[in-house]
Design a binder for this molecule. Structure first.
Ligand code: PMP
Length: 468
């Protein structure tokens, strides 16, 4: 009773902040400020804009968290969710029970994905899709009596999620504090970025170094012991790290040569961010063995992850399943959830009808070109990205990278952006951007103008010694 009596009125901004400060442990919370009553309370949103509880408007250059692709408050997506909820919100997807939205979505995805990736296994998010994909790789080899093939190759600076295995595959050094990770069968290759603006070597030589390292690691572990290579085409959360040209195709070839499954993590690059439903084939000329995706698949309106699996893998899995228990023991209560799948179907229909990928192919290069004008700022070390995923790397002019000073500087840029109604994603000394795919040139102009002014003000603070 006492507890109930103490419930606060959550309609008030201040009490919401108090409730948040007292009771929420946010994903990726800054523990040094845990309990501080200063959360930015986002209350409603429309188009490319979000509004805080005081009514202030922000242009959301983060797209929620790389996921709100069609913008906020899209009536057709809302109606798709509501009408499926009225029909049937949920029924179990296990075994041989199905629902119309999951079957229809699986068929749509089979058409959109390249090659013979014709089978969809639905999960709840990107992390569970990664876990499932690795389990499928293990199952695939075990079904052929090749149980030794269980090691997994990833890269430093990768981000694959927050379940135990996905976090272990992730390779950002800063995230490896206090938590335990799987290290017995997970191995990290070098972070593969190549930035031509600052590189001291040619793209070809950088590529060769990366490929040599991969071959050496395969030789060290033994190809007979390796199940799969997991890779984002462009490393998103690690800092929009773009590999040298040809890297994806060459690593794909190495995997084929050694009979290692290639799992492409298109959680961010899928569903239009690079101007295609899937970037693997259209943008990087590869057909992976599995593609996983999430985020933009529902435009962020519902949580959904998917593993798209090749027929070759599926056939081998079913052929090799044990006679006494031929069960694929993986899946979630909410795999193929009807409301979630209905949302994804509507999202794909709208994307096709409104030519969203074509739109990204038009505005994406403009976004990057305009962002690159900011390189002239003394506190911008480099600008990198591709279509609608990009980042600005800040520095004080001394040391490069996520030093305390550079991070403070980027944080100041972020604060000024927020003050002026623009949300970018601060990460270490970077300002990361992934705006909704429906951004217009005028929105892009506003992003550049606001960011440019924030950079100038942060630079003035640096000169005046006002940065700590
Ligand atoms: N893979 C990539 C490339 C991601 O960016 C993310 C999330 N940022 C994930 C996997 C994990 O997705 P989720 O947060 O939906 O579990």
């Amino acid at each position: 009773l006492e507890k109930r009596d103490a419930l606060i009125d959550t309609t008030e901004h201040d009490s919401l902040q108090t409730a948040d400060a007292k009771h929420l442990l946010h994903p990726w919370a800054d523990l040094s400020t845990l309990g501080d009553e200063n959360a930015l309370m986002i209350q409603h949103a429309k188009g490319v804009h979000v509004y805080d509880s005081k009514g202030k408007q922000y242009l959301d250059a983060i797209g929620g968290m790389w996921c709100v692709t069609l913008g906020y408050g899209h009536e057709e997506l809302i109606e798709a969710m509501a009408s499926q909820a009225r029909k049937m919100a949920y029924y179990t997807p296990f075994g041989d029970v199905s629902s119309a939205p999951s079957a229809q979505l699986a068929e749509m995805l089979a058409v959109l994905t390249p090659g013979d990736l014709n089978r969809a296994h639905f999960t709840t998010c990107g992390s569970t899709a990664i876990d499932s994909a690795v389990r499928i790789a293990h199952y695939y080899y075990a079904a052929q009596g090749r149980d030794s093939k269980r090691h997994v190759l990833s890269r430093r600076n990768a981000y694959h999620g927050s379940t135990y295995l996905a976090a272990s595959l992730s390779g950002k050094a800063a995230d490896r504090t206090l938590f335990q990770y799987e290290s017995e069968f997970v191995h990290h290759l070098s972070s593969p970025q190549y930035d031509p603006d600052i590189a001291k070597e040619s793209a070809a030589s950088r590529l060769q170094t990366l490929l040599d390292e991969m071959e050496a690691e395969i030789a060290r572990l033994g190809a007979d012991n390796i199940a799969c290579f997991v890779a984002e085409p462009i490393l998103a959360s690690g800092g929009v790290l773009v590999p040298p040209q040809g890297y994806q195709a060459a690593t794909r070839e190495i995997c084929r040569k050694h009979d290692i499954l290639y799992i492409s993590d298109e959680v961010v690059t899928g569903f239009g961010r690079l101007g295609h439903f899937f970037a693997s084939e259209a943008h990087f000329d590869i057909v992976p063995d599995m593609i996983i995706s999430a985020k933009g698949i529902t435009s962020g309106y519902q949580p959904l992850g998917v593993v798209m699996i090749s027929d070759r893998i599926c056939d081998a899995i079913s052929a090799g399943a044990p006679e006494e228990k031929p069960v694929f023991s993986n899946g979630y209560t909410y795999s193929g959830h009807p409301i979630v799948c209905a949302t994804a179907i509507k999202n794909i229909e709208i994307m096709k009808r409104d030519g969203i990928c074509q739109h990204v192919r038009e505005v994406g290069p403009y976004f990057i070109e305009q962002l690159r004008t900011l390189i002239d700022s003394d506190i911008v070390y480099t600008v990198r990205g591709d279509h609608l995923m990009a980042c600005v790397e800040c520095w004080t002019g001394d040391e490069v990278g996520p030093t305390a000073k550079n991070m403070a500087l980027a944080q100041r840029v972020d604060q000024y952006c927020e003050q002026d109604g623009l949300l970018v994603r601060p990460y270490e000394n970077l300002c990361i951007m992934s705006p909704p795919l429906i951004v217009e040139r005028s929105d892009i102009d506003r992003i550049i103008a606001t960011l440019g002014s924030a950079l100038t003000r942060a630079q003035n603070d640096l000169r005046a010694g006002l940065l700590h």
